[in-house]
Design a protein around this ligand. Structure first.
Ligand SMILES: Nc1ncnc2c1ncn2[C@@H]1O[C@H](COP(=O)(O)O)[C@@H](OP(=O)(O)O)[C@H]1O
Ligand SMILES: [Mg+2]
Ligand SMILES: [Mg+2]
Ligand SMILES: [Mg+2]
Length: 377
């Protein structure tokens, strides 16, 4: 990582959190045991970890040397980069290669539409080279070479609609593209749905400080088996747990860096009501879920502007990472998130994440603050 990016990451990751004694020391080391009394998805989890780690490697390379021509604007005006496309192609390729006997359905954010235009051919060549260089950096795939057409096809295998039946992978190839472009936090977020439920999740967060003064975390969870984190360069995993704080005055809370993604005034109203003393910690992407799962903060509040529809890939991996670490994720009405409805989440205003002790008072403060805001308009 370039020193410029590293400095910015450490600047944007609050010093009170990064210098806090890491929770790692408290936690027992990783055991590969299958979850008791439930189905094991170990093979799928191993494939997901490999896919997300390789995709993160591609993203890191691009973030170090992002070019003007590497960034495009999507039809909703949000940015997309060669790394978003490259990451999606790598994950799709690795999952299909590692799990050849399983039927493959992928619900992913990007599609190849804009890359098939005449003027995008140079960009497509750059993505193809990035994908091949990344695959070549892993011994298992060193013989594989994808053509531009293969890359487009790999990206487009993410067009599944998901739903309540069967298995579907859910991918955000770069969550927090705006953070990625700023040199800040982002995540490669990958989850597996089985019969509408999230059964495993992996979050690669290349700019999140890990233990032992390293940067780059890989969080992973399997239903019933807890959440673990290891550094992206492969140090041994450790179990993590959400904060046990019961007094909201001692809690710190996360929210989006981008004010366009979440109503900061509503979160500060809620925080005031609860007596939270620390200022909000604003970071991009599902790195917030990862940080929360290891107790870096106690609350995550997300209140999109009216009319915005949340997508499943923005929350599937983060949700299981937090819930398996002992946390709770609900909408503003206190309902669990339902990932079985297709590409969108169908929810009552907002997403709230915390530990089970704080959740009842947090929900009450959320309800009151929403009502107060509505009556003051
Ligand atoms: N107006 C809006 N309100 C809420 N979320 C939005 C939004 N516009 C974009 N997003 C989503 O917010 C995600 C980033 O979350 P965060 O704010 O936590 O960093 C984006 O993911 P991508 O970066 O994958 O497109 C995008 O899906
Ligand atoms: Mg996007
Ligand atoms: Mg996203
Ligand atoms: Mg994205």
């Amino acid at each position: 990582m370039s020193s410029v990016i590293l400095t910015r990451v450490l600047c944007t990751y609050p010093s009170n959190l990064k210098t806090k004694k890491p929770p790692f020391s408290l936690l027992r080391t990783f055991a590969t045991a299958a979850p008791v009394g439930s189905m094991s998805y170990q093979k799928e989890l191993n494939a997901a970890k490999k896919a997300a780690s390789l995709a993160a490697r591609l993203c890191q390379k691009v973030q170090k040397a992002i070019l003007q021509s590497d960034v495009q604007s999507k039809s909703d005006k949000s940015p997309v980069t060669v790394a978003d496309y490259g990451s999606q192609a790598v994950v799709s390729f690795v999952l299909e290669r590692e799990l050849p006997s399983e039927s493959f359905s992928l619900v992913a954010e990007e599609d190849s539409g804009d890359l098939r235009n005449e003027e995008a051919q140079e960009t497509l060549q750059r993505i193809t080279k990035l994908v091949n260089d990344t695959l070549a950096s892993d011994n298992t795939y060193s013989g594989s070479s994808l053509s531009a057409e293969d890359v487009l096809a790999a990206i487009d295998s993410g067009k599944s609609e998901g739903g309540p039946h069967g298995r579907h992978w859910v991918l955000d190839p770069i969550d927090g593209t705006k953070g990625f472009l700023r040199g800040d936090q982002y995540a490669v977020a990958l989850a597996l749905l089985d019969e509408g439920k999230v059964v495993l999740g992996v979050l690669a967060c290349p700019n999140l400080p890990s233990s032992h003064d390293k940067v780059g975390c890989l969080f992973f969870s399997q239903a019933g088996a807890g959440t673990e984190v290891q550094s992206l360069d492969g140090s041994p995993p450790v179990k993590v747990h959400v904060s046990a704080i019961e007094n909201p005055e001692e809690a710190s809370f996360f929210e989006s860096f981008e004010a366009a993604h979440s109503l900061h005034d509503l979160s500060s109203r809620i925080a005031n009501k609860l007596g939270v003393k620390a200022p909000p910690v604003r970071i991009d992407s599902q790195a917030k879920y990862g940080a929360l799962s290891r107790g870096d903060g106690a609350i995550y509040l997300r209140f999109p502007h009216k009319g915005y529809r949340e997508k499943i890939w923005d929350h599937a991996a983060g949700t299981i990472v937090v819930t398996e670490a002992g946390g709770v994720v609900t909408d503003a009405g206190g309902n669990p998130l339902d990932f079985s409805k297709g590409r969108y989440l169908d929810l009552d205003t907002g997403i709230i994440v915390t530990n089970p002790k704080l959740m009842p008072m947090l929900l009450k403060a959320v309800r009151e603050s929403i009502d107060e805001k509505a009556s003051s308009l």
